[in-house]
Design a protein around this ligand. Sequence first.
Ligand code: BES
Ligand code: MN
Ligand code: ZN
Length: 496
Amino acid sequence: MNYRASKENLLNKTSDCLCLPLFKDGTLCSQGKQVDEQLSQSVSKLIEKFKISGEIGKTTLLPIDADKTQRVLLLGLGEADKLNKASFRKAAKALASALKETNIQELGLDLSNIKLSDSPHSLTETTAEIILAIEESKYTFDQFKSKKTTPSPLESITFHVGNNVNEVETSIKKAQALSAGMNFTKDLGNMPGNVCTPIYLAEQSEELAKSSDKLSVKVLDEEELEKLGMGAFVSVAKGSIESGKLVVLEYKGADDANEAPHVLVGKGITFDTGGISLKPGPLMDEMKYDMCGAASVLGTLKAITQLEAKINLVCLLACAENMPSANASKPGDIVTTMSGITVEIMNTDAEGRLVLCDTLSYAEQFKPASVVDIATLTGACIVALGDAASAVMGNNDDVINALLAAGLEAGDKAWQLPLWDEYQEQIDSPFADIQNIGGKGAGSITAACFLSRFTKSYPWAHLDIAGTAWVSGGKNKGATGRPVPLLLNYLLNKAS
Ligand code: BES
Ligand code: MN
Ligand code: ZN
């Protein structure tokens, strides 16, 4: 897809189709009115004649007999003073799906006087939302299908933006990088567990590292993890014939190479059977998504490298397959973590925290400015928040608030759960320092309590993305690319 920002007036350029915003009261925006005049009121006449609705997200395609354009696509934006980021996003999605039903190859639109009530940067924001919606609607994952989906004919969109070309171009670049990152995350998430193994994630990381000379990669295999004393990580990996991998990616984009890096840690369980504490059969296929934490870290890193962001970033991917086997851990087994803390494995299905805890200890050597781990960690998170928000918990209010704000900004929301001391005793063990599960209640919080024991030396927050990373069951099943929008904003806000 080709996205351009142009100074030119809408009708100065010939295009396949013009998109004109239409408000609920039947009025066009001022640019739309100009176009209507140039087309001898043919648009407003049709609006009136057919009582075309400007309801938010309603789209209507009008054939127009003019030199410069063949069609006008009316995009309902509802009530002008109620329009905000969220409702515009809805409209952008409607536009993308309406375009899919047509053979339109190029579209022109002018959003320069559309105002969002909750944004001081309406033009760049609406531009980005259109691009994200189009890229999302074009996403396919059909590499395992004999019959491929026919690609949509839409090739280019021109944003007519008057004197705002530069800032809109910046916004286009960011939206394209974000889309590329999200698509990468979706591909990795949707990939079946027999293809997307720990080695596969390592290879994808190596491939990504080739795209930027600011990015280097190192892959530690199971033997090296053993040597580092990562007893918890290895206790999960050893149950599978696929070797566990810790992928270490270092991106140096800041002017000062020695600036303290931000660290992202991703849970990369490429399939979670539950291990000896085997999961029930229904929906178990969806446990191929249990590496979406790692996938979202890679997607974010892809966007960061594409944008050449001025930040130092370390990405750690904790990759393993959780299998039941003769080598697998058993309930009651006790392991020693890299930190020295001993853990009684009460449930082998609480494996994410086991690979993460050692990876979080490994993060210490980078003397990080902040550490954020991202994990499809608990089913309880879906019970608490559904798919609307990722859960966030941590030991540092600045990091937590920055994540919450970044998510809100990106329309990729997170919500804080309390990590109070009251919950900590749930992970006391009679035989080891701690155990890997809590009691009946507050499962997402006790999981975070576990992680908190390993993150005392730096500012840290944890994102539980079990409800947001993929759509479960049904026809729309698939990875969502979340929380890449949140993470990218979080990091760009830290970048200079
Ligand atoms: N990967 C799962 C969490 C999960 C479950 C994510 C369902 C999305 C949908 C995780 O490894 C797990 O199994 N967690 C257990 C923890 C329990 C044993 C304390 C859970 O949530 O049931
Ligand atoms: Mn599990
Ligand atoms: Zn898991």
